[in-house]
Design a protein. Structure first.
Length: 72
């Protein structure tokens, strides 16, 4: 089997598993380098950045998101 076919097979049929492995590896490396709580904080910042970036990509109003998060 050629490597291109193997990679295509993995990306087509095992995308979620691959994503989980990469995510786990990244978090493990962060925890080993910075400690568990610092790694949790970094992961939290990444999630917030993803949400903000997704809203920008979808051309949604960023101000409405902030109002939902910080309403009284």
């Amino acid at each position: 089997m050629e490597w291109e076919r193997v990679l295509e097979e993995i990306l087509k049929n095992h995308r979620g598993k691959l994503f989980g492995i990469v995510l786990g590896l990244c978090f493990g490396l962060l925890a080993a380098l910075f400690g568990f709580w610092k790694a949790v904080f970094i992961a939290f910042c990444i999630v917030i950045g993803y949400i903000v970036g997704k809203r920008i990509d979808e051309n949604k109003n960023f101000k409405s998101l902030l109002e939902k998060l910080f309403e009284d």
